[in-house]
Ligand binder design. Structure first.
Ligand code: ZN
Length: 287
């Protein structure tokens, strides 16, 4: 087996990594993402891959490929939406490529040799600029009939109370989506609503005040509904908010009241591969 090349196509950076047959990282490169320019995105990925060399190519993208049209949908890098990304990349690279949602790549990486290693069902959750999710069953990505399996961020926040109102508008056209509360910008919005002060999410986290308590309780509510549906052994958190240590003790304590079970065996874990999980999982799409 030759190199397995993974590409993580993010809104601000494109990262490439190659794994050898033993799963060791042999090459890693990172470049800024061309913003709002589809053609430049294709050529940036193409030159990155040719620098790395021969090998299979898996690519983690924001959004997914529509099962109906084969075109990109649901991407917050909106210049990708409606584009035949798979065909254009295969033509530019001269080889077949596998594309998968970036949260699915994250979940695959953590399920293979990360925090979910050995678990049959892993739910990977990105709590970053947006909120995404991916499901891996027996080390295989579950894409789903609509290519949206795990896209829990655009479910409504369960059991909204007076504190959660008014329901915030989401870019997806709905209101009260989990993402509008549990993304980094969602935390900042909620803190501003409560205190009148606009602060970056990291500063709100370091204050450790009521805004973070509200965040923790909302995360417990939102994850409990995912546990009731999927019943995973492990939920792995990724994205900027996954660095908040108290989530891993407080959320499992709070989710007990919402999970339909006498005992909750599901573990909530930080990622083993951190920010590299997306690109590692992309490389593993050909496993
Ligand atoms: Zn939404």
């Amino acid at each position: 087996m030759g190199l397995r090349i993974g590409i993580d196509l993010g809104g601000t950076k494109i990262e490439a990594l190659a794994l050898d047959a033993a799963g060791r990282e042999v090459i890693r490169k990172r470049i800024p993402s061309p913003r709002r320019d589809y053609a430049a995105t294709i050529s940036a990925i193409s030159s990155l891959v040719s620098e790395v060399g021969e090998g299979s190519v898996g690519i983690g993208i924001p959004g997914a490929l529509s099962q109906v049209t084969g075109l990109v949908k649901n991407a917050n890098s909106t210049w990708l939406i409606g584009q035949p990304l798979k065909e254009d990349l295969e033509e530019a690279l001269g080889r077949p490529v596998k594309l998968e949602n970036d949260a699915n790549c994250f979940a695959l990486s953590e399920a293979t040799d990360g925090a979910g290693k050995g678990a049959a069902v892993v739910f990977g959750v990105i709590l970053g600029t947006g909120v995404g999710g991916g499901i891996v069953v027996n080390c295989k990505v579950l894409s789903g009939a609509n290519a949206i399996a795990g896209e829990w961020g655009h479910n409504p926040l369960p059991l909204p109370s007076a504190q959660d109102l008014p329901l915030p508008d989401c870019y997806c056209g709905r209101a009260g989506c989990i993402e509008t509360y549990l993304s980094g910008p969602g935390l900042a919005r909620d803190h501003e609503l409560r205190t009148g002060r606009r602060l970056p999410p990291e500063e709100i986290v370091s204050l450790g005040d009521q805004s973070l308590e509200r965040y923790v309780e909302r995360l417990a509510r939102a994850l409990a509904s995912a546990i009731n549906l999927l019943d995973p052994e492990v939920i792995v958190l990724g994205g900027g908010m996954s660095k908040v240590g108290r989530l891993y003790t407080e959320v499992p304590r709070l989710w007990r009241r919402y999970v339909f079970s006498d005992h909750v065996a599901t573990r909530l874990a930080p990622p083993v591969h951190g920010d590299s999980s997306g690109v590692r999982g992309a490389a593993r799409l050909w496993d």
